[in-house]
Structures are given as C-alpha cells and as structure tokens.
Ligand binder design. Sequence first.
Ligand SMILES: C[S@@+](CC[C@H](N)C(=O)[O-])C[C@H]1O[C@@H](n2cnc3c(N)ncnc32)[C@H](O)[C@@H]1O
Ligand code: SF4
Length: 486
Amino acid sequence: MKLHIDDSTNSAKELYYQSLVLLFLPCEKFGENDTTNSLYVKAFQENGKNYVDITFNVDGQISSCSDVQDIDNKVFSQMKNLIGRTILKAAFKLFKIVPPWGISTGVKPVKLARIFVKAFGSDETERILRDEYMVLPHKAKMAVYACLFEDSVMENMGDKACSLYVSIPFCPTKCNYCSFVSCTTPRLLSLIPQYLEALDDELQRIADTINELKLNLKSIYVGGGTPAILSSREIDNLLSSVYSKFSFDNRCEFTFEAGRPDCITEDKLKVLSQYNVPRISINTQTTNDSVLKSIGRNHTSIDYFKVMESAMKFGFKCINTDLIAGLPGESPESFFKSLRDVEAFSPQNITVHSFTLKRSSNYRMGGETGYSLSFQDAVNMTDYASQYMLEKGYNPYYVYRQKNTIGNLENVGYSVAGFESIYNIIMMGEYHTVFGAGAGSVTKIVSEEGNRVDRIFSPKYPYEFLDKTKYSGFDKDAVFKIIRER
Ligand SMILES: C[S@@+](CC[C@H](N)C(=O)[O-])C[C@H]1O[C@@H](n2cnc3c(N)ncnc32)[C@H](O)[C@@H]1O
Ligand code: SF4
C-alpha cells in the first residue's frame, strides 16, 4: 500500500497508519511503488477545528470518509485519534470489520488505560476508551480491570523489589507456530548437562548481586523452552541450587513452567512438590488432537488430561494452562471445547493467547498453503473466552498484545482471585529489576524511580552461552556500572 500523508499538524508517525491498515489487511506491504492500494490522509486545523479527510483505495474499491471536531486542548492526542477513527470508519465501508481494540494499537492497552484512570477514574476511562479510541465495551472493561489490578499489586510490592528469570531453552521438538529460542536437535540437547553447570555459576553471580544491592526477591520464573525436558534429577539439582543460593520467603512467587505434557512425569512432579514449588504451568494450547498433531506438539489431549490429573494429586497451590485461540486448523467450536476441557480441571490460572504469526516460525500467511483465519472467528474465540472465564469466576488480571496478531487481539492471563501471577505483570510493565539467568535471557535493570530501564542480554543460544571465549557469565560489574552511572 502506498501512504499519502498530508498532515500539517504532524500528529502521527507512519507506523501508526501502517498498524491501522494491518488491522484490515494483515499481509499488506507498504511501499512508494504500489499502484494498486493506497491510503490518502489529509489533516489540518482551521478556525479552531480539526479537519480530517481519508480515502482508501483497495483493489480498485474506493471508500472515503471525513470528520471535523472542535479543537479541545484538554483531549489527549485529539488529532491523532480523529485521524484513526476516520480511517476505521472508511475501512469499515470496505471490509465490514470492527476491530475490537479500535484505534488503540500498541502492545500495552493497560498503559493507555492507566493514563486516564489516574486522571478521571475507571468509569470515565471506559467511556474514553469506547468513544475516543473505539474500543469495544468489554475490551475497555478488561483493560481497566487489569490496570486497577496491576496498580494494587504495585502498591503492595514493597521497596527494593526484584525478580529472577531462569531460562531453559530446550524443547523435545519445535512447535510449528513458535519463535522462542528452543533447541531441539540431539546435538544441542546433549549440551544440557554442561548448560546446567554453567547456569549454576550464573545463578551464584546473580545471587551475589542481589545480596550486594540488598534487593528483595518477589518472584522467580523458571521458563523456556520447556523446563520439564530436564530429568527429575536435573530438576532436583536446579531447584536445590535456586533454594540454596537465593534468600526469599514463602510470599515470593515461584513458577516452574513445566510446559509440554509429553515431558512431564510423576517423578518430575514429585520433585517439584517436594520443593513446594507453588505455581506450575502445564500447557496444551488446544485439546483438538488433529490440531495438536498439525502444530507439531507431539502430545495428545489425553496426555494433557493425565498430567493434569497427576498434578492435581500433588496439590500444587496454583496450576496454569496456556491455550492459543486461532491456531491453524482450529474452529471456534473446537477452541470453545478446548477452553471447557481445561476449565473442567479448575486450574487457578488459564492464559489465553491469540495466535500470532511469527516470522521465524514454520508458518506463513496467506496463499494456498498459508495460514488463514477469518477475522470474525478470531474475535469470536477471544470473546467467548472472556465471557466464559468471567462466568466461571476468573478475572483478566494481565492483558497485552503482540504485533502481527489477527484483529490486533489480546493475550490474557485469567485467574481465580488471589492466584494471579505477579511475574507476568512485572515483566510486561517493567516495574522492577528482573535478573535473567541462562541463554536467551535478558536482565532488565529498572531505576528506583521506575523511569529508566537498562538491558543486559545473555547470548541467545546455549552453545554461545557455553563458549568461554565469547561469554564469561553474568556480568555483575556491568550491573553496578549501570546503576553508578545513572
Ligand atoms: C515461551 S512459550 C513456552 C511454553 C512451553 N514450552 C509449552 O509449549 O508448553 C509460552 C507460551 O507462548 C504461547 N505462544 C508461543 N508462540 C505463540 C504464537 N505464535 N502465538 C500465540 N501464542 C504463542 C504459547 O501459549 C506458549 O505456551
Ligand atoms: S511452544 Fe513451547 S514446546 Fe513448543 S517450541 Fe515453543 S517453547 Fe518449545
């Protein structure tokens, strides 16, 4: 698509226009030479008013829309929002699509809600999101709920808080949709013992750093990849290392993202329960067996059910299951069934992701063999999830979006009250320092005022992490240097 932007107020960046177009044409490429599709925007101010004219030309179909509004300097991003709304109205005539999040396109809808909650309270924020941003009422409610919940978590966080992420970037096989670092070949999997040794050293350095900075650990997350790929002895050693090196009390959240049911055994669950790990994640993504097969998950719905039954017997305080709405081959009905199947175990947390087409995954968009999902099906899946979860007593405590998600739909952490995962909130909001241990992890050092984040990246792959000529372990000095020089 060719963009002609003639905005004398310079209210929006090109990326904003692109993200709005992508709501309707998810595969669209942007370039000066496109002679088929175009978006024309004219925006200017005159006699105390904002004027916007939009013309969309898509495959020879033309739709135009204009709007005018009194300039009100109290309204946040008024011209940008007017342009956005007018684009959506013009696009509706062509596509008959109503994007559920309207013109709010960033990955953090909660951040937008917070701007207004602080100034005007929650009811007025919902109204602003609806009227100014064209967010559908139930999504506006969700963003405000998650915002208030986050605020309450942060109020009770206490001083000098920090968190720890431990990366286990190995998986039994690669799921076709996934873009996370996950080593699956026998050669890479054979590095696990060496990797765990190096990780042990890295954890000690991080524990020393936390002690010297006199920080308090509030959450620990062992994630991946698939941490349950480790043998029960390796899990035992890893947990023993974490429990002995770090000081934290039982108010510190601890998640072991066990992951795929095909790696989780009774023995491994027993080790986790012996260490009183309070929160584990057992993910299925869908309980539709033909979809599980086609996405390369290497487990069946029955495997998931058996592992859940087993985990229930061990009495973990909180079990989470991840689902993905809109997987290739999934119909709305089979997604609804997946949700009901998972909810039947009454896990304390269910996280519903919206399918995102990742460039480095095995899927491509469109074409005869490519991924396609109707916009309305994707919307119906997430709408069903939010309604059903509310009926079953779960709240949407954590909401974010990813780029390239059909319909700009959201990922939502649903939780029974009192079991919400604070790690997810901290990571997304960058509220306090999170130390990353292991390959592919990132240490984010957040300033005490919360207004600055510095990042230290670990090597992406285990073989780089183990290469002493390239990486000599967690760099404590780099952390102190960053803090000193602020
Ligand atoms: C880092 S992955 C690790 C999960 C674990 N290895 C497993 O598969 O059970 C965390 C979650 O991200 C979600 N996810 C990964 N790729 C995704 C995609 N392309 N679209 C939507 N969600 C995705 C899945 O729900 C997955 O459980
Ligand atoms: S979804 Fe999980 S198991 Fe599958 S490749 Fe990604 S990290 Fe590994």
